[in-house]
Write a protein that binds this ligand. Structure first.
Ligand SMILES: [Zn+2]
Length: 392
């Protein structure tokens, strides 16, 4: 006798015959395992007639596979209720086994769209979608923990033109998306944060320089330290610096070659690029001063893994730089100085903590792909479920 686990992936079935019909394989089998009443759990049953149950099973190579089971109707001798025989691996009232539904879930997840997959497997597109949703929910239940992670990254990303932006909460320690929430304003997030579990255990929250996120975190995460995201801080410095450059020398700032040199860190300049930049700066002494200042500031902010003592020495340097920016008299630099002053506590914390939102940014790329693969989402909950399963 062939062991049914090898053929079907299910134990306790006895395979009675294999046939080829219409290009598909029919496996005739009967269930030999224990039977009990689904209502009361006892096993004193009376057979009230036989029938055949036919379900789709996972493919054999490229051939469709149909499982034909000998089934019975039973009456329970203890509770007196009637029921149809239950089979492990096959849910009641389903036309396919769980293995088949998992196969559909996996193939759709791998990018075969539902109409094409439905045509290939001889089922409707809506059925593919139903099996897929079921699979997502199953995986989601297995993986998702209700408690908020201790190291949290917060960032926003674009969802759709109609619904606008969504907020990503990222578990920075385990590299997965904890949740996505529609909206990015305080109003739309407040209700969500209110009922979040484990808020008191959150130790670090990493975010870009967005004031509404900061006030939300201060309100809802009492024990969390807010850390600015290094990438965003450097980007904002570069942004203001380049705008200031355009104010001073509009013609030079439009030169793409120079632009590429000016925005780089010094260590990223090649040997042949350095004299070119030096020659340009020599003609503009004001710019040279600003450029040097910016380089110093960026290098200061790129420092990480510092001890508390080392940080104490760095803080005065940072505060001096902020003071100089605010006294510079150039609109863009003054504005930058004000932003850095408003976020000084969070920026200084970057030296102590190495985590940044790079992981979150990476997940945003993946989410964009998920969105494109589904040809866009109308329902945010569908999107959320898919993101949470695929980005963990
Ligand atoms: Zn019973």
């Amino acid at each position: 006798m062939i062991r049914s686990e090898l053929v079907l992936g299910l134990p306790d079935y006895e395979i009675t015959d294999l046939q080829i019909r219409g290009g598909g394989i029919h496996i005739l089998a009967r269930y030999t395992g224990p039977r009990s009443c689904p209502h009361c759990g006892r096993d004193r049953l009376r057979n009230k007639g036989r029938y055949r149950r036919r379900v789709r099973h996972e493919n054999w190579g490229l051939r469709h596979c149909i499982l034909e089971l000998e089934a019975s109707k039973f009456q329970c001798q203890d509770c007196g209720r009637y029921f149809r025989q239950r089979f492990p691996g096959i849910q009641p009232c389903q036309r396919s086994s769980e293995a088949f539904q998992k196969m559909i879930f996996r193939e759709h997840l791998d990018g075969i769209n539902r109409s094409r997959l439905g045509r290939r497997e001889g089922i409707g597109a809506a059925t593919v979608e139903r099996y897929f949703q079921r699979g997502l929910k199953r995986q989601f239940g297995e993986w998702h923990s209700a408690r908020c992670p201790q190291l949290l990254g917060i960032d926003e990303h674009f969802f759709t033109r109609r619904s606008g932006y969504a907020t990503t909460l990222c578990d920075l320690r385990n590299h997965k998306v904890y949740d996505v929430i529609l909206g990015r304003s305080e109003l739309s997030l407040a209700a969500y944060f209110q009922r979040l579990e484990g808020k008191a255990e959150v130790r670090v929250v990493c975010m870009d320089l967005a004031a509404h996120y900061r006030s939300l975190v201060r309100l809802h995460f009492p024990n969390a330290r807010i850390v600015a995201d290094r990438f965003h801080v450097i980007r904002i410095i570069n942004h203001h610096f380049l705008a200031c450059w355009r104010d001073i020398d509009g013609v030079g700032a439009r030169n793409r070659g120079l632009l590429s040199l000016m925005r780089r860190h010094r260590h990223n300049l090649r040997a042949d690029q350095q004299p070119r930049l030096a020659a340009y700066l020599a003609d503009h002494p004001v710019l040279e001063t600003i450029y040097r200042f910016k380089q110093r500031l960026c290098y200061l902010l790129l420092k990480k893994h510092r001890t508390r003592k080392q940080c104490e020495q760095l803080v005065p340097r940072f505060l001096r730089a902020v003071y100089q920016l605010r006294q510079a008299g150039l609109a863009q630099l003054v504005q930058l100085g004000q932003t850095l002053a408003a976020w000084s506590e969070e920026i200084v914390a970057m030296w102590r903590f190495t985590r940044n939102n790079g992981i979150t940014e990476g997940f945003h790329n993946k989410m964009e792909l998920i969105n494109r693969q589904a040809y866009g989402f109308r329902n945010f909950q569908n999107y959320r479920l898919r993101v949470k399963v695929l980005c963990s």
